[in-house]
Design a protein around this ligand. Structure first.
Ligand code: ADP
Ligand code: MG
Length: 317
């Protein structure tokens, strides 16, 4: 199978996924063309996933297809952007049809689910690596940045935290029980909060998606906004399955520090919180408050637990 046959067979069909009305030209030419209507800002981001670094060696290709696009789409959610399209630069050690078919199946499912059309890409030979560039749009000036958090804002997170990171311990389990399976699903099939992100435009003062752990990613907002925050560990949303597997303390630790959840962490003023539609508020948990100063402090049921060690720099050991 030649390079172009491979691309045509496995990837061109994914150009039909999602909302293609803004794509004037998809894969097949030297560039794709996206029409950006007046009054919109184009919001875009690229993510690289390297075998052995961002996913385990011999990882299930169907899950990789889903997970790769989900991870990239999560950055659009964090900006409050409506998804439009993506490009895929794929480096493969060889052209294995079974692998490609499963990968394309997972990628197509994610593309359709998130409303992202494949607009083009590049295919090369080498160690397995994916680079996904995603495009979204927001009404002009309305992207949610990391810089807007103010003292007195609530700190909120979507969904539940810590499960995907805890699932790393069970990736090689031959016979995972129901609790382990609940965690594994969160690792394999992240659900970027695209609808929630878009519904927070004009309300949230800052947002970030949680890829490296709450402490690290909230830390990015605090640093960018020049503020500090206090979060109450008793308010962290965690699944009962996680508590059963690692205990209550372990669950708090995972929720604070584990990555790969792809939930949103936002800040929002109390007035804007009251203005949110009820179903939007229902997807969020208030876990703390932004303060003047800097750094992140923890409380438990109102009692101080002191500042968080480390946190802001995820390269720090
Ligand atoms: P060029 O050399 O002009 O950059 P290529 O020969 O790399 O173009 O690719 C031919 C066409 O196939 C382009 O439109 C490109 O966007 C598309 N393409 C290549 N690889 C992929 C892929 N993995 N997924 C989707 N489209 C792809
Ligand atoms: Mg060209």
């Amino acid at each position: 199978m030649g390079e172009f046959e491979l691309i045509r067979r496995y990837f061109f069909p994914i150009a039909e996924a999602g909302n293609t009305s803004a794509i004037l030209l998809g894969p097949g030419d030297d560039c794709a063309i996206q029409r950006v209507e007046p009054g919109l800002d184009l919001v875009f981001s690229v993510d690289a996933l390297v075998e052995g670094v961002h996913f385990p060696p011999d990882y299930d290709p169907e899950k990789l297809g889903w997970r790769g696009l989900a991870v990239a789409a999560s950055d659009l959610a964090a900006m409050g952007a409506d998804p439009v399209c993506f490009t895929l630069a794929l480096t493969l050690p060889d052209a294995n049809p079974d692998w490609l078919q499963a990968f394309a199946r997972g990628l197509a499912a994610a593309a359709a689910h998130f409303g992202l059309a494949l607009a083009g890409g590049d295919t090369t030979r080498g160690p397995l690596t994916l680079s996904l560039q995603v495009h979204g749009t927001v009404p002009r000036g309305q992207a949610i940045r990391r810089t807007g958090a103010k003292a007195g804002d609530y700190v909120c997170v979507s969904g539940t935290l810590g499960e995907a990171g805890a699932a790393l311990n069970y990736l090689d389990s031959d016979n995972p029980g129901p609790d382990e399976q609940a965690l594994l699903a969160r690792y394999h099939y992240p659900q970027p909060r695209l609808d929630l992100g878009a519904s927070l435009r004009g309300h949230a003062s800052a947002a970030v998606d949680i890829s490296d752990g709450l402490v690290a990613d909230l830390g990015h907002i605090l640093e960018a906004s020049g503020v500090g925050a206090c979060i109450d560990v008793a308010r962290l949303p965690v699944l009962a399955a996680l508590k059963r597997l690692v205990g209550s303390e372990g669950a708090v630790n995972q929720a604070l520090n584990a990555g790969d959840d792809y939930e949103l962490c936002i800040t929002i003023s109390p007035e804007a919180w009251e203005d949110l539609p009820e179903d939007t508020r229902g997807q969020l948990t208030i876990i703390g408050e932004v303060r003047s100063g800097e750094g992140l402090a923890l409380t438990r049921d109102g009692q101080s637990e002191g500042p968080v060690a480390g946190g802001y720099d995820h390269f720090r050991t």
